[in-house]
Write a protein that binds this ligand. Structure first.
Ligand code: MN
Length: 742
């Protein structure tokens, strides 16, 4: 039986081993203070309670943390389990220590009642967010590790629950902090209670073969050792290790392999002084044993996100048994084993105590680093990832993630809009709070609802921090206050309309209203008023759209009227000519851009981009709404009669080329070819032979060796265009020349 005092002395010895300037006086004072306060309390295994804080401090010392961490570890259960207070600890041991103890206490009070997978990452984040000081979470992990080591005295139900939490929350956090050894132990201890059969199976196998394993490892170790001494590579330590049970379990389970098939059941570590020595040793290992292809990993050149650095290689010895060799420097080893906390220790030497600033960047660095690459790494140094988030609990224990500064309103709406809409009060940690109360990490929030609730007030929109809550409140006003919204929206629409000089009668005319509603995208004017009323659309925007539509309608009407009158005139003249038995002479009409629009003069004309007609093409015109006549080729897919929408009936109009064409016309060609060198030169030559101007040219090559040229050219008429197309078609490897349309 080890006495309490002996345990404490062992702790002191560990501390002196890495920190010669440790404040052993204060550490002893903390030990005595905790021992006194815990008094007669007992652990479930029958030992005095004080053994627990001493063992937690021992783990913290093995992480090589500073004096304040050791003191806080010794005091970590005082606020929670004894009469001691924050103020008392602050007075005796300083505010920093009191804050750390307080932080650990808060983490201890967090109750995890959920077991849902997607909640776990939120829980881990919440623990980080709550630990303003990284030492809080390190001590909490040490606390959990010691509790897991002594878990056998707990009830089976508690064993399972704590093991699950440890596996899902604390082991991943230990991993992120780079605490490899602690992570393994947490996982192994959890496995022991979560899958006892497999755990004992693996251990039994490992034990049964242990003599054989030991022999094998001792021989390999000696071989490596001898060769390195021979080659005079300094400060080399070699030792073997067997993979820990949980990693064997995971690999067997995931890869469906037997223990014998696992490559890295055996592993050796070679520790050297310098990085060049790492690569020297790698060469030596590959010289003695046959490396397995694809199993070499250089984590020195590319460290893992948690700063792990090492060379890994798997090789096969004479007996055909594969084993892994890990090669690293002493410094890398310290960081890999003891976590990033050891990093600054190593860098700064053991004389200097760490302070909060040293930890701050580590905390940021570690958060959410899984799979991050080097650049994200640097980036995360500058961004506090959880500063703009807050994590709170539902009464059921689910974690809800809200923006920082969130209130009970945000919480209620994030659960369900019905909860928000019927909310009449809120409780945080059992106490009634106002709707504008700012939630803190770890708060348990409860919302009181009532069927008789009036619904949200417009002020809530200003109090809510999340856009989700605000949009749900807006939704409510949209739905629940329709009459009010319509009246309010109508008033502001009409007053805005007045400024433009328009009136309601112009809008509500039966032949006008449908296209107005289409333009503003509402089923009825009331819908539009309602939208204006709840703030989904501004009155000004609505009026602008209505005015634009009215303008276009009147332009189109004028155009249609002119076209009709011209057609009537033509018909009358034809009739008169027939009556006079005179030959019908074509009316002289002025052309616009070489286009004669039947019966219309001075008509705006544009050539459609989709088919780009040139003189000689058969063409047809379309009276657009307000932008003149657009001219298509008759074979253009956009000008096919079956595509005519009913609303467009009567807009298609006959057009023809005038006799006095002098312009050149822009059109497009598409050339498909098997790609080959000099193709571009040949196509350009064909163009200049035909005296055609090329306005633009682009090439698209496909993966299977085809090239598609898109040419925009200017020609005088379709004859010249056909000539160009023939010329291009004659070029070798050209497969198809076409005029794109549609
Ligand atoms: Mn504890």
């Amino acid at each position: 039986m080890v006495t309490v005092e002996e345990r404490y002395e062992h702790l002191e010895k560990t501390i002196r081993g890495y920190n010669i300037s440790a404040d052993l006086g204060q550490i002893r004072a903390a030990y005595e203070y905790a021992r006194e306060n815990h008094g007669e309390q007992m652990r479930r295994d029958g030992s005095p309670y004080i053994t627990h804080p001493i063992q937690v401090a021992q783990i913290v010392a093995e992480m090589r943390l500073d004096s304040e961490s050791i003191i806080a570890a010794l005091l970590h259960d005082c606020i929670e389990d004894t009469d001691s207070t924050y103020e008392d600890i602050a007075k005796r041991f300083g505010v920093t220590v009191a804050d750390i103890v307080d932080g650990v206490t808060k983490l201890t009070r967090v109750k995890y009642s959920t077991m849902e997978e997607e909640q776990m990452e939120n829980l881990r984040k919440m623990l980080f967010a709550m630990s303003r000081d990284i030492r809080v979470i390190l001590i909490k992990i040490a606390d959990r590790l010691h509790n897991m080591r002594t878990m056998e005295y707990q009830t089976p139900a508690k064993q399972k629950k704590k093991s699950f939490e440890t596996m899902e929350i604390y082991a991943p956090i230990a991993h992120r902090l780079g605490l490899a050894k602690i992570k393994w132990e947490l996982e192994d201890l959890s496995l022991k209670y979560l899958d006892p059969v497999a755990y004992h199976d693996i251990n039994k196998k490992l034990e049964a073969d242990s003599a054989r394993h030991e022999q094998f490892m001792a021989r390999i170790q000696e071989e490596i050792n001898n060769r390195l001494i021979e080659l005079d590579i300094p400060h080399v330590t070699v030792y073997g290790r067997i993979k820990h049970p949980y990693s064997i379990y995971r690999k067997m389970y995931l890869q469906e392999k037997t223990m014998e098939e696992l490559y890295d059941l055996f592993a050796f570590r070679v520790l050297v002084d310098t990085v060049p020595d790492c690569y020297n040793v790698l060469g030596v290992i590959h010289d003695i044993y046959k490396p397995i292809l694809g199993r070499f990993k250089d984590y020195i050149a590319t460290p893992k996100p948690n700063m792990y650095q090492s060379l890994h290689t798997t090789v096969i010895g004479e007996e055909g048994i594969p084993f892994e060799v890990q090669i690293r420097t002493y410094e890398m080893h310290a960081i890999n084993e003891y976590g990033i906390a050891a990093h600054w220790k190593y860098k700064q030497g053991i004389k200097k105590e760490g302070n909060e600033a040293d930890y701050e960047w580590i905390r940021r660095l570690l958060e959410n680093q899984e799979d991050a690459d080097a650049e994200d790494f640097i980036h995360s140094l500058k961004v506090d990832m959880f500063a703009d988030e807050v994590f709170v609990f539902t009464p059921r224990g689910d974690v809800i993630n809200l923006p920082a500064g969130a209130t009970p309103i945000d919480f209620a709406y994030s659960i369900h809009s019905a909860i928000g809409n019927t909310m009449v009060g809120a409780k945080v940690n059992g106490r009634m709070v106002g709707f504008d109360y700012q939630l803190h990490n770890g708060d348990v929030v409860e919302i009181n609802t009532s069927k008789a609730a009036h619904g949200p007030s417009r002020d809530w929109m200003k109090i809510a921090k999340s856009s989700e809550a605000r949009s749900k409140i807006r939704q409510w006003f949209k739905r629940e206050r329709r009459e009010e919204n319509i009246a309010q929206g109508r008033a502001s629409f009409e007053s805005e309309l007045k400024h433009t000089g328009l009136n309601m009668a112009q809008i509500t005319a039966p032949d006008i209203l449908p296209s107005i509603l289409k333009r503003v995208s509402f089923q009825s004017l009331d819908e539009m008023y309602a939208a204006i009323g709840y703030g989904g659309l501004t009155a000004l925007k609505a009026v602008n759209r209505v005015r634009d539509e009215l303008l276009q309608i009147s332009r189109a009407a004028a155009m249609e009227k002119a076209a009709r009158e011209a057609a009537e005139r033509a018909a009358q003249e034809a009739k008169a000519a027939q009556e006079a038995r005179q030959p019908i002479l074509p009316r002289k009409v002025k052309s616009e851009k070489g286009i004669v629009v039947e019966g219309l003069s001075n008509c705006l004309v544009k050539f459609s981009k989709c088919c780009a007609p040139v003189p000689g093409d058969e063409i047809i015109g379309f009276i657009t709404r307000g932008y003149g006549v657009s001219v298509h080729r008759k074979d253009c897919p956009n000008a096919q009669p079956d595509h005519h929408v009913e609303a467009n009936q009567g807009r298609w109009i006959k057009v023809s080329w005038s006799d006095d064409i002098r312009d050149s016309y822009t059109t497009a060609l598409e050339v498909m070819c098997k790609d080959r060198p000099n193709l571009l030169v040949d196509i350009s030559t064909a163009m200049s032979t035909c005296k055609v101007n090329v306005n633009s040219l682009s090439v698209h090559t496909t993966a299977d060796g085809f090239a598609i040229f898109h040419l925009v050219i200017s020609v005088t008429d379709s004859k010249q265009l056909e000539q160009v197309m023939r010329k291009i078609h004659q070029i070798s490897s050209v497969m198809k020349v076409s005029r794109p349309a549609g």
